[in-house]
Design a binder for this molecule. Structure first.
Ligand code: SIN
Length: 591
């Protein structure tokens, strides 16, 4: 079979390497191979490998962070398959850090160094090069990929999925010159990551504009849990400041307000190591109480030698921003970090559309529930990357158990309820017509850092000023009204404002990114407005409690593309055809 895999982070690379043993694989990636979120990952990989740890305890911590909203089967698979997948990485040569500390050796029964992060009951986060785990993993996987027979297309952006007779049969892509091409496929795997650039402040790399999830939405796939957006508590609060890993707090750093007080001890018994959503909101409250001034991450207690040795990259980053964190606290603020939601899949990556699979941050297996446990995302890419690759070509069940639950309620939304998501010029249409198939071409890894606004075509976007304005407008609505704290008025205002924005005529990669961000902003605002309770990362100031009767997960799909039941009805994801979509729950879409 010819398989197109979109994305070159840990999930896409793992799936491509595994699938290449049985299939003809083309890997498409928007930037260079290592421009995605994986290469920037700092903390590490959570895995129950130590003698003092168990798969059951890792499962328990994952469910606790997810506030009971995670899918039990997905979590069980993640934690149980994790040790084997990390051993695969060891066999491939990932240089995980080692320890000679006698206590750690005794506790763990091996010499792998382990960090601790929020909501973990054990030191179980294996890491490499101190705080550069993702880069080490990415390097190793890219090297392994390039030893396989895989066609790699870098600088190639997914613009749309090609759908024929209800099944995905290829992808439409553009290179950075904006030239369209079509690649036919027997199966398409979206491993295209998240959409951190929906928000003004994000820890995500520039490529994270949700292209894959938005393309799946336009093609009619069911999305789920988009309202659950994880904000990382500690981004360095300076212009373009990057992530300061939770592992720093795991090693003992604390958070202080402007008076030097450790405010998190009053918020949660686990203080700075409470679940991420709790710490992010604790910081936001402290910032509000002190008139907007940032709080400080104080790592001085670790001692200069230990701090520099354990976090060499972050020592360089804080120094470059003008701080000596061995002697002073550094300003931090929450920033958009990870999407728990995405394309609804079963535990083998199957989506609601035949021919389409999804994995990693682009997918929603339900493994993270309403709030992801720290350092579970690289593990997710490994575990579900393998499972998804193995599902390619296997018989497709008539009713894939989307997000682990065969009764996921799915709301179908006509396009006019989420704004204009009509296919712009050059995009594929549901009947499969679109740009011609062009010959596939192999390129080598390209070291130029990714910037879609610096496309080689003069001017990049057809209308650069308008494009900058559009992205800014989306980010303003999302940051101010669909961010860390939400309420009905703000969400309704955001929905109206987003609906009024016009999608760009998509001529350049930048235009396609902006179209994807607008599509996802609209549906995320809808999903957040519809969830009238607080749960994990979704915090409503007007509905502060969790409603035990609310569905744990809600799926969303376009009515137009799929021909499913119309407005305001809820269908079941286990429907095999549009016509048997029994409208069982009238939940209504916010008007
Ligand atoms: C971090 O290093 O704090 C990020 C780890 C993660 O998001 O899992």
């Amino acid at each position: 079979m010819h398989v197109v895999i979109v994305g070159s982070g840990i999930a896409g690379l793992t799936a491509a390497i595994r699938a290449s043993a049985r299939h003809d694989v083309t890997l498409v990636t928007k930037g260079g191979l290592a421009d995605g979120a994986t290469a920037a990952a700092q903390g590490g990989i959570a895995v129950a490998l130590g003698a003092d740890d168990t798969v059951a305890l890792h499962e328990h911590d994952t469910h606790t962070a997810a506030v009971g909203s995670a899918d039990a089967r997905a979590v069980a698979l993640l934690c149980a398959d994790g040790p084997a997948r990390v051993r695969d990485l060891l066999a491939l040569g990932v240089p995980f850090d080692r320890t000679t500390d006698p206590d750690a050796l005794d506790r763990h029964g091996d010499d792998l160094a382990r960090g601790r992060e929020a909501a973990h009951a054990r030191w179980r986060v294996v890491h490499a090069d101190g705080d550069a785990t993702g880069a080490a993993v990415e390097r190793t996987l890219v090297a392994a990929l390039l030893r396989r027979h895989v066609t790699v297309l870098e600088r190639t952006c997914l613009t749309d999925l090609v759908v024929r007779d209800g099944a995905v049969v290829g992808v439409d892509v553009r290179d950075l010159l904006g030239d369209p091409r079509r690649i036919d496929a027997d199966a398409v795997v979206l491993a295209s990551g998240g959409a951190g650039h929906l928000y003004r402040e994000t820890t995500n790399p520039l490529v994270a504009t949700g292209d894959g999830v938005a393309a799946a939405w336009r093609a009619g796939a069911v999305l789920a849990d988009l309202e659950f957006v994880q904000f990382h508590p500690t981004r360095l609060a300076v212009p373009d400041g990057g992530l300061l890993s939770e592992a720093v707090r795991g090693e003992g750093a604390v958070l202080r307000d402007a008076t030097g007080r450790r405010f998190m001890t009053a918020v949660h018994p686990d203080a700075e190591l409470a679940p991420r959503d709790v710490v992010a909101r604790g910081i936001a409250a402290a910032v509000r109480d002190q008139g907007g001034a940032p709080v400080l991450l104080d790592a001085t207690g670790l001692g200069a030698d230990r701090l520099v040795a354990r976090f060499p990259g972050l020592t360089r980053a804080t120094r470059a921003a003008g701080f000596d964190w061995t002697r002073e606290g550094v300003p931090v603020a929450p920033a958009a970090h990870y999407a728990m939601g995405g394309i609804a899949t079963d535990s083998e990556g199957r989506t609601s559309l035949p021919g389409l699979l999804a994995v990693g941050e682009a997918a929603c297996t339900g493994v993270h529930g309403a709030n992801r446990l720290a350092s579970n995302s690289l593990l997710e890419g490994l575990v579900f990357g393998v499972r998804t690759a193995d599902a390619i070509g296997a018989p497709r069940p008539a009713r894939p158990r989307l997000r682990g639950d065969a009764t996921l309620p799915v709301r179908t939304v006509p396009d006019d309820r989420v704004g204009d998501v009509a296919d712009p010029r050059g995009a594929s249409r549901p009947d499969g017509t679109g740009p011609d198939t062009t010959e596939r071409r192999a390129t080598g890894p390209d070291a130029t850092p990714y910037r879609s606004d610096r496309e080689r075509r003069p001017g990049g976007s057809a209308h650069p000023d308008r494009a900058a304005h559009l992205r800014q407008a989306v980010q303003t609505e999302m940051t101010e009204r669909v961010g860390l704290l939400r309420d009905a008025d703000g969400l309704a205002a955001a929905r109206r404002a987003l609906a009024a924005l016009r999608p760009p005529v998509a001529r350049s990669v930048r235009d396609h990114e902006d179209r994807a961000l607008l599509d996802l902003a609209r549906i995320t605002a809808l999903a957040a407005e519809a969830r009238t309770e607080s749960r994990g990362a979704h915090a409503r100031t007007d509905h502060p409690e969790t409603d035990p009767s609310a569905p744990v997960s809600v799926g969303w799909a376009r009515a137009v593309a799929t021909g499913r039941a119309p407005v305001d009805s809820t269908t079941r994801s286990d429907s095999t055809t549009p016509s048997d979509s029994t409208a069982t729950v009238q939940q209504g879409v916010p008007a």
